[in-house]
Design a protein around this ligand. Structure first.
Ligand code: FES
Length: 110
């Protein structure tokens, strides 16, 4: 049974630990991360400015925007370092047939 709202993003093997992958799908531009063999998807556009979080520096479950060095928790979307103030959107993600998929209608599971 497949959930009707699942959107396929990429193959799991395309996502490397410690490095975000930018994916555009269904009008969304997101960044996919692998942390401890789980997959997390957040908005790619930093909430602070023009930074792209797929290009950020990843340490554990934190991504640091390389524009002004603000940082977010990849799992929860919380801001962990200024100058960012607004949390980043996180998406419900699951793996189906080796593909990372999101359901924008469902709450994310940190
Ligand atoms: S644009 Fe990301 S910290 Fe400013």
């Amino acid at each position: 049974m497949s959930h009707p709202m699942l959107i396929r993003l990429c193959s799991t093997i395309d996502v490397l630990e410690g490095q975000g992958l930018q994916v555009t799908a269904a009008d969304l531009v997101v960044a996919v991360f692998r942390v401890d063999d789980r997959y997390y998807v957040i908005d790619d556009a930093c909430t602070h400015g023009p930074g792209r979080l797929c290009e950020g520096t990843v340490e554990g479950d934190i991504v640091e925007c390389n524009f002004h060095n603000g940082a977010f928790n990849i799992r929860t979307g919380e801001v962990v370092s200024p100058p960012c103030l607004i949390p980043i959107r996180t998406y419900y993600a699951e793996v189906r047939d080796g593909q990372v998929c999101i359901d924008p209608e469902r709450p994310a599971e940190p």
